[in-house]
Design a protein around this ligand. Sequence first.
Ligand code: NAP
Length: 291
Amino acid sequence: MRIVMTGATAGFGLYAAERLADAGASLTIGARHPAARPPALGGRVAVLPLDLDALANVRAFAAALGEGPIDALVLNAGLQLAKPATSADGFERTFAVNHLAHYLLLRLLAPRLAPGARVILTGSGTHDPAEKTPVTPPVHADADRLAYPGTDPTAESRTRQACFRAYSSSKLCNIMTAREAAKRLPGLSVMSFDPGYVPHTGLGRDNGPIIASLVSYILPLIMKRDRSSTIPRSGQFLADLALAPQYAACNGDYWSVRGPALLRLAPSDLARDDAACARLWDDSARLVDLA
Ligand SMILES: NC(=O)c1ccc[n+]([C@@H]2O[C@H](COP(=O)([O-])OP(=O)(O)OC[C@H]3O[C@@H](n4cnc5c(N)ncnc54)[C@H](OP(=O)(O)O)[C@@H]3O)[C@@H](O)[C@H]2O)c1
């Protein structure tokens, strides 16, 4: 079982990677700092350099993986910014790292995915305005506007809200990409994953350690009980999506952690807009220079 994964060096992704290695998977992870591999993974995984901030790095990572079929692709890396920033390629950085880089990786590796291979994109409940999370929700998944917020008449002018919306929009794109990939790449088991709110990961690190830590303690107290999770719980579910038999035939499904359970739910209205999903796929292809 050969698995390729991003976002395996920290947070619940690291926990999932440990479980995948425990299960005997041949795991290759993309990491920003390959020399600083987490001790928990030790020599049990292959580590290749991958900073998703630049599309050239994604191409180099895909090439370095070499030939041979891949049985599961776990696209879990993600960031949330505190100040607006631009990627190496000139795109809004959250959109570039969370969506565009993963989209490109999926497209580059698609020919190497084994029949029935699983593709998992980590999304977030923040993609859904109906969830009423503390994160400013998305209003669209227009790739060009998300890539260049200066051209977006709906863009938030307030810094925190703009960063939040960039994040929730990128997670909406992950979920829509899973739905569209299930159509465009038949023969795979494609799904998106909402881990719930998982405190004590590195996601809030851009806010500084004090605020990040405070948020990790306070948010679970004010959120709906079943929307708060833990690193082991969400990490185990992510590993299960890659390995457990019950997820072998997913068709763009959205899996969400609710209390102790992982439920297949309908994502937001925006995420279920088939025409918008197709547009996002095609526009993303143009932005990453794929035909
Ligand atoms: N925590 C939550 O409440 C929550 C809720 C919903 C969804 N999510 C999603 O869950 C996923 C994992 O998040 P987490 O909470 O576990 O956060 P985390 O601890 O910060 O882990 C994020 C992972 O993504 C990697 N990453 C970030 N930027 C990268 C880049 N430019 N290139 C390559 N890798 C990069 C990190 O690598 P480094 O080790 O190099 O930093 C790390 O492995 C993310 O997609 C996040 O959006 C989290």
